[in-house]
Design a protein around this ligand. Structure first.
Ligand code: PEP
Length: 265
């Protein structure tokens, strides 16, 4: 299975000029060693204000790097009177292929819950926009040994999605769903779980997905949380870690591409 390396830029960089420089550096780096980088999928998620700018650059460099957004409307798949929202249809029209949903920061600050996530998944499927569903336990839940319970609850959105969306094609299920396991306590903290611990959690996630539908037996499961060039090789060595979601280290082309190299096997 080809690995996935996804960069979540969050609310960065601060200016159009810096966005331009970061994308140019990424495109130059990937083009210079395209034989290496062909071995993994590279995805970047700028903030929505910069999506069109990044899309224009990537369109000219067809297929090198895929484009994701960091959120999508739960209210509609298309258009309407929903001030401030951005729909799956509009994102697709702007060249976006993936939507990150359920990131712990959005769960925490924007109260994104399973009901909203289910709507988002349905809207994404409606517009053939891929979903990167983030799940993960908090530090308190980890310490209370509740990780699998928390993940089972968060994954129930996928089960509900499958039950409700009988029109979702097998092709969509096989190619447009990624799960990112991100322990909240590892995000931006420099604390990382051991590769063995992540592998065990991924095994649980994979079994759970498979129990919903056999098509999900091959759904890529990514790890996220303080991934850096220094630890990427260790994560890449595990068969059950199909890629990474990267925050801080995605904001420098060199470090992001070093991580991608570790997954380009
Ligand atoms: C993230 O926010 O999804 C993330 C993984 O951040 P970081 O790599 O900075 O821990």
């Amino acid at each position: 299975m080809k690995s996935w390396v996804v960069g979540n830029w969050k609310l960065n960089p601060a200016s159009v000029k810096e966005v331009q420089a970061l994308v140019d550096n990424l495109v130059d780096g990937v083009s210079a060693q395209s034989d290496i980088f062909q071995a993994c999928h590279i995805v970047i998620a700028p903030c929505v204000l910069h999506v069109s700018q990044v899309s224009d650059i990537l369109e000219r460099k067809q297929g090198l790097i895929q484009l994701a957004c960091q959120d999508v409307s739960a209210l509609t798949a298309t258009s309407g009177a929903y001030t401030g929202d951005i729909s799956a249809q509009q994102l697709r029209d702007s060249g976006v292929e993936w939507a990150i949903i359920g990131h712990s920061e959005r769960r925490q600050y924007c109260h994104e819950d399973n009901t909203a996530l289910l709507n988002k998944m349905n809207h994404c499927a409606d517009q053939d926009l891929g979903v990167i569903l983030c799940i993960g336990e908090s530090e308190a839940e980890y310490e209370a040994d509740r990780t699998t319970q928390v993940l089972a609850d968060q994954l129930s959105v996928v089960e509900d999605f499958l039950q409700q969306s009988n029109k979702v094609s097998a092709d969509y299920l096989s190619n447009k769903l990624l799960i990112a396991y991100e322990p909240v306590w590892a995000i931006g903290t420099g604390k990382v779980p051991s590769v063995q611990d992540v592998t065990n959690v991924h095994k649980f996630i994979r079994e759970r997905l498979q129990s919903f539908d056999s098509t999900l037996a091959t759904t890529p499961v990514l790890y996220g949380g303080s991934v850096k060039p220094e630890n990427a090789k260790d994560f890449a060595a595990s068969e059950l870690i199909n890629g990474v979601l990267v925050g801080g280290a995605a904001l420098k082309a060199d470090s992001f591409l070093d991580i991608a190299k570790a997954f380009s096997k």
